[in-house]
Write a protein that binds this ligand. Structure first.
Ligand code: CP3
Length: 369
């Protein structure tokens, strides 16, 4: 597989650019919709594929043909307005030399964790992520071709703070979280690690765009663990640097810019700052009130979100009602419908269909009145 800016011109023309237009603040006939974690364990075809190939999660992530097929699975069932490449935020710690596996029932297992600043020496700081993670770029190029212009393809990365969190605590819910303690006890080493991650993330996201990604999302899923002071010191500046440097690099390399989405989960206090952090879209979790979030974010960014993922367990009627309320409250401009976090593994795919269709139906209804 060849990848690089040249290949971009050979991709099939895009038939559905709703999400790109919404991200740029242009009017759309209906509200675009996709779901975080739209591919994965709640889909029987995902579980069958995994079993049939006796593949582990990262085997599938590392095999472009498999990653491509799984990325496309939800699009065969639902009328989605975006695809997201099947991969994981933990590929960056892997590229830095931290072995990670994900096993059914056991969750995330790291070979080793960062205990003290001494352990930073264990990292392969000079790694070139564009070669080390070339399989992601290949999967993106292949998927963009296979999508045949149906809808845009998301590339993504974990945010610096969230990756640091996983590299120190091993999961998002460690019994004795040490990552936050690092920020207090070892601020300099923390900054060094965050800076290292930022550099790798920028290179990685630029490579994804060159390979064919048409929109990017940065997942700061552990943002809410930080208070406002720590967030402003250790998360926001690095999120900003990611956005501005990716844009600058694309510009320097004469590649068209792509919209960027930031998802700083549970960071209520940060909305005003996030609206000015260089991202076109701010994705919010379900604990935020639509009108309040809009007010804080202002009119210069698009909002993405934020249905409570547990509503996918509700009755179809209740779910439709909640979607209608959500779309009504956010309005149909500068809005991308999504969940407030990822789909859980045991939801009924039929309810995902209800969610997606309801967004389209209600937003067209609102636009027609
Ligand atoms: O959204 C998509 O469909 C694209 C694929 C995607 C995955 N992970 C696939 C996946 C994306 C965008 C991610 C991002 C990701 N990974 C985040 C940020 C978003 C969020 O949910 O907050 C985080 C924190 C991770 C880390 C991670 N990877 C976790 C916490 C888990 C679950 C581990 C467990 O307890 O089983 C994973 C594994 C994972 N990533 C799966 C999938 C489909 C399940 C793997 C399997 O067992 O088949």
């Amino acid at each position: 597989q060849q990848s690089g800016p040249l290949i971009t011109q050979f991709f099939p023309p895009l038939k559905n650019d709703l999400i790109l237009r919404a991200a740029r603040g242009e009017k759309t006939e209906r509200v675009p919709v996709w779901l975080m974690r739209q591919a994965g364990r709640y889909l029987p075809e995902y579980n069958e594929f995994k079993k049939e190939h006796s593949a582990g999660f990262f085997d599938m992530v590392r095999t472009p043909s498999m990653a491509c097929e799984i990325t496309l699975q939800p699009l065969k069932r639902f009328d989605l307005d975006a695809a997201i490449i099947f991969s994981d935020i933990l590929v960056i710690p892997q590229a830095l030399g931290m072995g990670v596996d994900i096993q059914e029932g056991k969750g995330i297992i790291f070979d080793f964790l960062l205990e003290t600043p001494e352990d930073l020496k264990k990292l392969n700081t000079v790694v070139d992520v564009t070669t080390e993670l070339h399989y992601v770029m290949d999967a993106i190029t292949l998927t963009r071709q296979q999508l045949n212009g149906r809808c845009p393809l998301f590339g993504f990365s974990g945010a610096p703070w969230t990756l640091m969190k996983y590299m120190i605590d091993g999961s998002s819910s460690a019994p004795l979280p040490k990552a936050r303690r690092w920020l207090v006890q070892y601020p300099e080493a923390s900054r060094q690690l965050l800076k290292l991650l930022t550099t790798k993330i920028i290179n990685y996201l630029v490579a994804q765009v060159k390979a064919g990604a048409q929109i990017l999302q940065v997942f700061d899923s552990s943002a809410g663990e930080l208070g406002p002071t720590q967030f402003n010191k250790f998360a926001l500046p690095f999120l900003r640097e990611v956005a501005y440097s990716v844009k600058e690099r694309l510009h320097e390399e004469q590649i068209d810019p792509v919209p960027m989405v930031v998802f700083a989960k549970d960071a209520h206090f940060a909305l005003e700052d996030l609206a000015k952090s260089g991202y076109e879209v701010v994705s919010i979790d379900w604990t935020q009130k639509p009108a309040h979030a809009r007010r804080l974010l202002g009119s210069q960014v698009t909002v993405q979100g934020n249905l409570d993922p547990t509503l996918l367990y509700a009755s179809k009627e209740e779910l439709k009602h909640a979607v209608k309320e959500m779309v009504t409250k956010f309005g149909t401009n500068r809005y991308i419908a999504n969940l407030g976090h990822g789909v859980s593994k045991d939801v009924d795919p039929e309810n995902v269909k209800v969610f997606v269709d309801a967004v389209h139906i209600y937003s067209e209804e609102i636009n027609a009145t």
